[in-house]
Design a protein around this ligand. Structure first.
Ligand SMILES: *[C@@H]1O[C@H](CO)[C@@H](O)[C@H](O)[C@H]1NC(C)=O
Ligand SMILES: *[C@@H]1O[C@H](CO)[C@@H](O)[C@H](O)[C@H]1NC(C)=O
Ligand SMILES: *[C@@H]1O[C@H](CO)[C@@H](O)[C@H](O)[C@H]1NC(C)=O
Ligand SMILES: *[C@@H]1O[C@H](CO)[C@@H](O)[C@H](O)[C@H]1NC(C)=O
Ligand SMILES: *[C@@H]1O[C@H](CO)[C@@H](O)[C@H](O)[C@H]1NC(C)=O
Ligand SMILES: *[C@@H]1O[C@H](CO)[C@@H](O)[C@H](O)[C@H]1NC(C)=O
Ligand SMILES: *[C@@H]1O[C@H](CO)[C@@H](O)[C@H](O)[C@H]1NC(C)=O
Ligand SMILES: *[C@@H]1O[C@H](CO)[C@@H](O)[C@H](O)[C@H]1NC(C)=O
Ligand SMILES: *[C@@H]1O[C@H](CO)[C@@H](O)[C@H](O)[C@H]1NC(C)=O
Ligand SMILES: *[C@@H]1O[C@H](CO)[C@@H](O)[C@H](O)[C@H]1NC(C)=O
Ligand SMILES: *[C@@H]1O[C@H](CO)[C@@H](O)[C@H](O)[C@H]1NC(C)=O
Ligand SMILES: *[C@@H]1O[C@H](CO)[C@@H](O)[C@H](O)[C@H]1NC(C)=O
Length: 713
């Protein structure tokens, strides 16, 4: 064998082993390391429940004594020495206690170790991690460890890549002292991601300066306090800086705006104040500084970033006008300027930004007419102009926003007739025009296929008149069927849900409520506080997926159509303050999800239905109807009002009563249950994904960047 062949043979040896002679050749990986791995595996079960999770790859199942451990899934050996140097058990479904003396710590040559996304619930992070001194790469993300992260972790001074997070918020802690030790000792760090660890420290200036290799720094949800140090001179390689949801205050120091490679800046939900200084970094793609107390005008220097895609400045105190230079941001996908003190007019050119998907200018003091011309090329999915002082007409060029899902022009001073042409937008799901000066009848044009996807339509508090728009109701295809996947949580413009521009204000029980995430199953028609007249068309009964119907404070007459009993998932019905007469249809008692009913101030007569949800409503639901009788109003129906009752056996009576009780309790629980399900699911999402979906989407966009940072080891 000549020399080249010999070298080649040894280089390929591990592969040849795996491919051709899995068990016949001598073990490459040292026996004690194989044993340590098998021992390690024995400590855990595989949680097959995890197979439903987004990641599940039970690598340890392939491990067995008869094969070389270097060929096992997730195990990688040094080609020369055969030592195990990389153990990748990311998403392996491991479940059980991770003993502090785990045999894993015998793998002293380990350079890379990933235990992320397993379930070691209740295990402490062993001090022995500090003995794995060759480690350059350690991932303990979302793996269920609890307790205090020991100081020994800072002994791993070669570490370049470290991620640790708690599954239960704050179940795992890194005290201020250990945090500073870690920064002091791990000067090789390129990637540091610590989340939900309640560090409760200030950010130490001296140690930060020495992290000259750092490219990615995320320290979100860690109760960090005080200012960001003003004198940090290192960090010249920093590309990602994420410090959201701490208690950081003071001004944002100028060195951040001068970082030459910064592409991602997220300082959301802190207490930063003062003005934003000159942005020198040209590389920025994401700037999220929402939920702070920043003030002053939107800095011009922010608007010459050739790669900027996400700009979120909402919920601050920025003032002055929206500079039209914002339209120079050709790559911008999200412009979120909501809840500031911005005044002046909406720049006309905004409609020409060809990549823009989200335009959030809600809750400012913008005035003038909306004479923005939306071009046919635009990609807008969310437009939120709620809560300004905008006048004039609904801009006709909105019809060019073919991707629009969410349009909120509510709480302005628009003076127009009903823009029924908006019904031509094929994907429009939410339309709010509430609290404007819109007027006139809603034309009864017999156009087919208007508003095919609409789920929420809020026209309340305007001056609309005439009959209720029967032809529109006929068109609302999405509200006519209860979705097959109504059990799943899907949100309108889902990948932006939780974003401030995607917040919807709805009125329930007379109170305005913010819905930060609107479920696709949330179907609402609110036509209250207008001047509608005539009858309630019985065709409303076809809108079977409706959750909320509010026709209150109009001039409606006639009777309550019995067809409303078909609205089987209706949770809230408000017909109050009209001139509706007749009796309450007994069939409405079948609405088992009905939690809110307001029929007050009408001309209703007769007996209030009994049973199920109707046993839960209070007097206020019916007051101001002189002809109504029965519980909960004082005058009762049947039995004690002088009409002779047929005598029935006492026993049967009791039985019926008990059964009735049972049913009504179930109904109450169901009524509550549904509201609870919606509420809980929102809370669950907020807890289980620390970030909203649009954040993940942003991260996905930069995945290749992050990957390239990660792969350089
Ligand atoms: C798997 O899920 C079932 C049902 O949800 C539960 O009873 C069981 O405890 C789970 N198993 C594990 C190992 O978590
Ligand atoms: C670790 O310690 C536990 C008891 O604390 C013991 O049961 C277990 O066998 C030990 N494991 C190893 C690998 O030494
Ligand atoms: C820093 O790391 C070295 C080597 O791992 C270790 O000896 C030393 O104790 C560490 N220093 C601190 C303050 O933890
Ligand atoms: C964070 O740690 C501090 C003490 O360091 C404690 O007072 C506080 O309650 C902790 N916060 C959470 C959310 O656990
Ligand atoms: C920074 O690192 C240098 C050498 O690596 C060291 O001499 C200096 O003390 C460190 N500074 C701090 C603040 O730790
Ligand atoms: C910033 O650093 C300079 C010199 O490096 C020093 O004179 C100044 O006091 C430092 N400022 C703060 C706020 O630490
Ligand atoms: C804002 O940060 C605080 C902690 O500082 C956290 O409790 C809260 O949940 C965060 N809010 C949002 C919307 O993330
Ligand atoms: C920052 O917050 C601390 C208390 O948490 C306070 O003492 C300090 O004055 C604040 N600094 C600024 C600039 O607001
Ligand atoms: C917001 O800024 C204005 C000046 O533009 C100032 O008068 C007001 O006090 C600020 N509000 C807050 C809450 O900082
Ligand atoms: C906008 O507000 C600023 C103060 O923040 C004021 O000076 C300016 O006149 C206002 N402009 C308009 C058009 O209202
Ligand atoms: C746009 O609106 C502003 C203010 O409402 C007005 O001054 C301007 O003339 C309008 N421009 C066009 C082209 O209509
Ligand atoms: C709406 O505009 C018309 C004419 O443009 C005007 O006559 C009317 O008074 C306005 N309505 C309201 C409520 O301002």
């Amino acid at each position: 064998m000549d020399c080249v062949k010999l070298v080649l043979f040894f280089m390929l040896y591990p592969f040849l082993c795996q491919l051709a002679f899995p068990s016949s050749l001598p073990h490459l990986c040292p026996k004690h390391q194989a044993l340590a791995l098998l021992q390690f595996r024995q400590m855990f079960t595989i949680n097959s429940n995890a197979s439903d999770d987004f990641c599940y790859n039970p690598k340890t199942l392939s491990w067995n004594r008869r094969t070389d451990c270097c060929s096992w899934n997730g195990v990688y050996c040094d080609k020369m020495t055969g030592q195990v140097i990389d153990l990748d058990l990311f998403c392996s479904g491991l479940q059980g206690k991770f003993h502090t003396n785990s045999s894993l710590f015998q793998l002293s040559s380990l350079k890379q170790l990933s235990l992320s996304y397993n379930d070691f619930s209740g295990s402490l992070i062993s001090t022995k991690f500090g003995e794995l001194s060759s480690l350059t790469h350690l991932e303990l993300w979302n793996s269920g460890f609890t307790g205090l992260i020991p100081a020994e972790i800072s002994h791993i001074s070669r570490l370049q890549f470290l991620t640790i997070s708690a599954v239960d918020p704050y179940g795992l802690r890194l005290g201020p002292y250990n945090f500073q030790l870690l920064l002091k000792n791990m000067t090789q760090l390129r990637y540091l991601d610590l989340e939900y660890l309640n560090i409760s420290s200030t950010i130490p200036e001296r140690d930060l300066t020495n992290l000259t290799n750092l490219e990615y720094l995320r320290l979100s949800y860690n109760s960090l306090t005080g200012p960001i140090p003003s004198n940090v001179s290192g960090l010249q390689n920093l590309q990602f800086l994420l410090l959201s949801s701490n208690h950081l205050n003071g001004t944002i120091p100028s060195w951040i705006f001068s970082l030459p490679s910064l592409i991602y800046l997220e300082l959301t939900n802190n207490s930063f104040s003062g003005k934003i200084q000159e942005f020198k970094s040209k590389t920025l793609a994401v700037i999220s500084v929402n939920q702070n107390q920043l003030q002053g005008p939107i800095p011009e220097s922010l608007l010459d970033k050739p790669d900027l895609q996400f700009l979120t400045l909402s919920q601050n105190n920025f003032s002055g006008q929206i500079p039209s230079a914002v339209c120079n941001l050709k790559t911008l996908i999200m412009l979120d300027l909501g809840s500031n003190n911005l005044n002046g007019t909406i720049p006309q050119c905004l409609g020409e930004m060809s990549d823009l998907e989200v335009l959030g200018l809600n809750n400012n003091i913008l005035s003038g007419t909306i004479n923005t011309t939306f071009s046919t090329e635009n990609q807008l999915r969310i437009i939120n102009l709620y809560g300004n002082k905008l006048k004039g007409k609904v801009p006709p060029s909105l019809i060019n926003c073919r991707n629009l899902e969410f349009l909120d022009l509510g709480n302005n001073e628009l003076n127009d007739t009903f823009p029924s042409w908006l019904g031509g937008l094929p994907g429009l799901k939410i339309l709010s025009l509430r609290s404007n000066k819109l007027h006139g009848p809603i034309s009864d044009s017999r156009t087919d296929n208007l508003f095919p996807k609409i789920r929420v339509i809020d026209l309340s508090s305007n001056g609309f008149s005439g009959n209720l728009p029967v032809s529109l109701f006929e068109n609302f295809q999405a509200i006519k069927k209860i979705g097959e996947n109504s059990g799943t949580r899907e949100y309108i413009a889902g990948d932006y849900s939780g974003n401030y521009a995607n917040i919807l204000i709805v009125t329930t029980k007379g109170l305005d409520q913010e819905l930060p995430r609107v479920l696709t199953t949330y179907m609402i028609i609110d036509l209250s506080r207008n001047r509608f007249e005539g009858h309630i068309p019985s065709i409303i009964g076809d809108l079977v997926a409706l959750r909320m119907l509010n026709l209150s404070h109009n001039g409606l007459e006639g009777i309550i159509p019995a067809s409303l009993h078909q609205l089987s998932v209706l949770e809230s019905l408000d017909l109050s303050s009209n001139k509706i007469g007749g009796e309450i249809p007994q069939q409405l008692a079948s609405l088992t999800f009905l939690a809110v009913l307001n029929l007050s101030h009408n001309h209703l007569v007769g007996c209030i239905p009994k049973g199920k949800q109707f046993d839960t409503f209070e007097k206020s639901s019916y007051q101001g109807n002189d002809g109504l009788r029965g519980l909960p109003l004082s005058k009762d129906c049947g039995g004690d009002d002088g009409v002779p009752q047929p005598t029935t056996p006492v026993e049967l009576d009791d039985d019926e009563e008990e059964e009735g009780d049972l049913i009504s309790w179930q109904a109450v629980l169901m009524g509550f249950g549904c509201g609870l399900v919606i509420g809980l699911s929102i809370i669950y999402i907020m807890l289980s994904t620390h970030y909203p979906v649009w954040f993940s989407r942003m991260v996905v966009k930069f995945e290749h960047k992050i990957d390239s940072i990660m792969k350089r080891y």
